[in-house]
Design a binder for this molecule. Structure first.
Ligand code: T4K
Length: 401
């Protein structure tokens, strides 16, 4: 256990971990099952273009989301593009700035204009009042993001979308298996999009899925993700290649098999982080609504530098030196990123404050209770030694280290 500043690796102490701890280690599940599925796909001589494993994966994701249709894709970014294009969205798309760049890129890549909205300062979720104020005749769609697996204010957004007759989609990249008002994420708005990237609670190496109850939209997306080829083999739309392969589906199915276990592990990890850090002034663990289901794939802390004396970036550097790779999800907000910056700068006060403070800590089945206790010891020591750290930090900077 580290007790003095000199114990911290950043000030010359030994690293706390032999092996690096990461946010979002892949949850591959039972390797034998994965290899068996892969072998089966190879024997089946069918590797992509809507093969049986992809169809099975789509069925299981649709069931989990409680919807009628699912189209699996090569990733969630392309899935978002497909949804927007297949829905004939034009003009502006209102979305939170507090999200991964992919949400904005998906719209921008199609020539649509992201209009960034502020978020609730506590939850990081879209502020419906601000959304309503940004909807104009140029608005083609609203994209809500279920940030860190917490459901966006779906009812309020559905009301705004209906009132203004604009399309509503949800970026549910973080929210597989989560609920909003007790209903599974997946069935809200016109369509929702999941990610099965390597770092997600369920992975297919790279992968995504569009889920919807709208059969016509699903048919159009299914054609569009396969070069615009309709079931009668005629090209009916400008399409792209957004398909999921059988190999990815084999991984996705195997990771899905392990999802219940992953979720329990993540929930226990989240509870342990919350317990361990409860009394640390200036550090708060973002809580999830106990009335909803969550996948707990992200453990997000907020660093109040006025209370700790150190800021989020310093804490991230201190952890990094100990071989703990924490991630500032998401910082900066999209509106402050180079492609989206404006002059004069757009100010989104809550997003800016939140994105300066948040840090995602390592979790997932690869992270044990012992790991978490050790990470929390480091955070506790750092958060209660702000003044001393800053004195030495200046010294390090002057020494050029
Ligand atoms: N919408 C939202 C709200 C999203 O968060 C995302 C993706 C998307 C849309 C788009 O989904 P996809 O098109 O990707 O399906 C990562 C992921 O690349 C990205 O998928 C994810 N969100 C985002 C939150 O995280 P980076 O740049 O932080 O990745 P990287 O390489 O720094 O890795 C993150 C952590 O995971 C590190 O601690 C290392 C560890 N890691 C990573 C990989 C790739 C592993 O342990 N194993 C691995 O294989 O973006």
């Amino acid at each position: 256990m580290k007790r003095a500043l000199t114990d911290l690796a950043i000030f010359g102490g030994p690293e706390a971990f032999l092996h690096t701890l990461y946010v979002g280690r892949p949850t591959v599940g039972d390797r034998e099952r994965f290899f068996a599925r892969l072998e089966w796909a190879l024997n089946n001589n069918w590797l992509t273009n809507g093969g049986p494993l992809v169809r099975e994966f789509e069925g299981r994701v649709a069931d989990l989301a409680g919807v009628r249709h699912c189209v699996a894709t090569c990733n969630a970014t392309v899935a978002l593009q497909l949804v927007l294009r297949a829905s004939d969205v034009s003009g502006e798309v209102v979305m939170p700035s507090m999200t991964f760049a992919a949400t904005a890129h998906a719209a921008s890549w199609l020539g649509l204009e992201p209009v960034f909205c502020d978020v609730d300062p506590e939850t990081g979720l879209l502020d419906p009042e601000h959304v309503a104020s940004l909807v104009t005749p140029r608005t083609g769609a609203i994209i809500g993001v279920h940030l860190w697996g917490r459901p966006a204010p779906v009812e309020a957004l559905e009301k705004i979308a209906a009132e203004h007759q604009v399309k509503l989609f949800f970026d549910a990249a973080h929210a597989l298996g989560c609920t909003a008002g007790g209903r599974p994420v997946g069935a809200f708005g016109n369509a929702e999009v999941f990610s099965f990237h390597a770092t997600k609670a369920v992975t297919s190496f790279e992968g995504g899925a569009i889920v919807t109850d709208d059969g016509l939209l699903a048919d159009r997306i299914r054609a569009m993700h396969n070069f615009g080829i309709a079931p009668d083999k005629l090209v009916t739309d400008v399409g792209t290649n957004g398909k999921m392969s059988e190999c990815a589906a084999a991984m996705g199915l195997t990771s899905l098999d392990a999802f219940a276990e992953t979720r329990v592990h993540n929930r226990l990890n989240h509870a342990l982080y919350s317990d361990e850090l409860r009394d640390v002034r200036g550090i708060s663990v973002h809580a999830f609504d106990p009335g909803e289901q969550n996948n707990y794939q992200y453990v997000i802390i907020s660093v109040d530098s006025a209370a700790t004396g150190i800021d989020r970036d310093q804490l991230q550097a201190i952890l990094r030196a100990e071989k703990v790779v924490a991630q500032p999800y998401f910082s900066p907000g999209c509106h402050q990123m180079q492609p989206y910056r404006t002059e004069p700068p757009l100010r989104l006060e809550n997003t800016e404050q939140l994105s300066d403070r948040v840090l995602a800590l390592p979790t997932g089945p690869a992270v044990s209770s012992e790991d978490i206790r050790r990470v929390c010891d480091i955070i506790r020591l750092a958060a209660t030694s702000g003044e001393l750290i800053n004195a030495q930090w200046d010294q390090r900077t002057r020494n050029g280290s």
